[in-house]
Design a protein around this ligand. Structure first.
Ligand SMILES: *Cc1c(COP(=O)(O)O)cnc(C)c1O
Length: 466
């Protein structure tokens, strides 16, 4: 018998009834009563809608209450997952822009916690007076790069903008056509230049630019020579670009500023990791660049920041500009950068996760992978095997910068690769993997060692659950 609609709708639980269910009562404790009430109202409304459409089979008071409870739970889970959460990066991409780029060292994490209350951000403990913001980080940064001075802003894009705005002074900036690149979607060198008020003067060709090309372009309007590291873009084959030292000499002879945007850059020679193309900051400074900028959360291995190093006089000009105030960083970022710089100064590169991951011997990855695969193979629903592959450096480093690795290739008795991948993303903490040829691939190079157990536990749950 088709029930009367009015009678059906009377079976929908009240908001109070939904709030009293055990799941929703627990959610109310975390989310607050107001949010829980809204979620309960939305759940009841969606149940009511389906009753009107007659798409509910066997509607009873009890089943509708259960269903409402389930819907509140699902909505709340979805809402929570959209906030910032820790994830396990099993993609093998070391500097993964979508996953927060560089993971911080243990000391940097401690430093952030320590600075999160009151701290001496702009207070000199010696004199009891106002001190310079970020002074210690700036001193360390200058010392490690061999520069006269340094300044730290919000990110490398902000650094580039500020340097061009302050030091190119609305005049002309000479740049090679091979360096007019776009990096990661919204950083386009010509656009940043235009916004800074400087005028672009392109020289050379896409693949080859000579010192003479720069020299011929110099005129009364010229303020700066800009060199941009093309980062994740490469032209190979018949190419040439002048050395920093050659451009430095040209700049000096003509009273111009030589500025290098190194992008990721490196504080050490990383050619043994296939990163021989990355500008080494101290080398650029030694070779005569007046200003060099690089990112705080790429190969450096710290937080989002734009690190500016160079001549004291130029750095002072930038610091005094009103825009610096708008682009400066907060105390937590200083704390993390300071701790990361300390590790470089002690030469303890293995403290910095990015460096540790890049230099991790394949044998170590293989033994961790084998332990994980053995554990997973105990589960009848899962099948894991080791395959060789590549980890990717990422973060705007050379597109071909890869490290050989050992992958755990995973298949599930009844789940497709994409369903298994989705289940991994839905786990707590979410695990981000990659899919190739209908297999889920896990690269432990980018999984922090103390996450191995969490990872094994979550995979085992997936194996049991379905
Ligand atoms: C990545 C990159 C930037 C932007 O750096 P952010 O710190 O992400 O703002 C600028 N220039 C170059 C050459 C880069 O590689």
């Amino acid at each position: 018998m088709i029930q009367d609609l009015k009678e059906l709708l009377s079976l929908v639980p009240s908001i109070d009834e939904i709030l009293r269910t055990s799941t929703v009562a627990r959610i109310a404790e975390i989310a607050g009563l107001r949010r829980a009430t809204d979620l309960a109202r939305e759940a009841a409304e969606s149940v009511r809608k389906e009753l009107r459409e007659r798409s509910v089979t066997d509607p009873t008071r009890e089943s509708l209450l259960k269903e409402s409870e389930r819907r509140v739970d699902a909505a709340w889970r979805l809402e929570q997952r959209s906030g910032i959460r820790r994830v396990i990066n099993a993609t093998g991409v070391v500097i993964h822009t979508n996953l927060g780029r560089a993971p911080l060292s243990a000391k940097a994490r401690e430093a952030i916690v320590a600075a999160s209350g009151y701290c001496n951000l702009e207070y000199d403990l010696e004199t009891g007076r106002r001190g310079r913001r970020g002074a210690r980080a700036e001193i360390l940064l200058a010392e490690i790069t061999g520069a006269e001075a340094s300044l730290i802003v919000n990110n490398c894009a902000a650094a580039a903008f500020l340097v061009l705005r302050v030091l190119a002074g609305g005049g002309e900036v000479i740049i090679s056509r091979g360096e007019l690149v776009e990096i990661g979607g919204d950083f386009r060198v010509p656009d940043v230049l235009a916004e800074s008020g400087a005028r672009l003067h392109e020289v050379g060709t896409t693949n080859r630019t000579k010192v003479e090309d720069y020299r011929r372009a110099i005129n009364v309007e010229t303020q700066m020579i800009l060199r941009v590291h093309p980062s994740n873009y490469r032209i190979v084959g018949f190419t040439s670009a002048p050395e920093v030292s050659e451009l430095a000499q040209l700049a000096r002879e003509n009273g111009l500023v030589l500025y290098e945007d190194a992008g990721s850059g490196a504080l050490r020679d990383l050619s043994e990791f296939g990163l021989g193309d990355e500008p080494i900051i101290s080398r650029s400074i030694r070779d005569g660049a007046d200003i060099v900028t690089f990112s705080g959360d790429k190969l450096f291995g710290g937080v989002q920041a734009g690190l500016i190093v160079g001549r004291a006089e130029r750095i002072d000009e930038i610091r005094r500009h009103p825009l610096y105030r708008a682009l400066r960083i907060d105390k937590l970022a200083y704390a993390a950068i300071e701790a990361t710089l300390e590790a470089y100064r002690r030469d303890e590169l293995s403290e910095i996760p990015v460096m540790r991951m890049l230099s991790m011997p394949i044998g170590e990855i293989e033994s961790r992978a084998k332990r994980l695969a053995d554990r997973l193979n105990e589960n009848a629903n899962l099948s894991a095997e080791l395959v060789s592959g590549d980890s990717v450096v990422g973060g705007g480093s050379a597109p071909l910068a890869r490290r050989p690795t050992c992958l755990v290739s995973l298949t599930h008795e009844s789940l497709s690769a994409s369903a298994l991948d989705a289940a991994l993303r839905a786990s707590d903490p979410p695990v981000i993997a990659r899919i190739e040829d209908e297999r889920v691939l896990l690269d432990l190079r980018t999984v922090e060692e103390n996450d191995d157990d969490d990872l094994a536990r979550m995979l085992a749950i997936l194996g049991d659950g379905r």
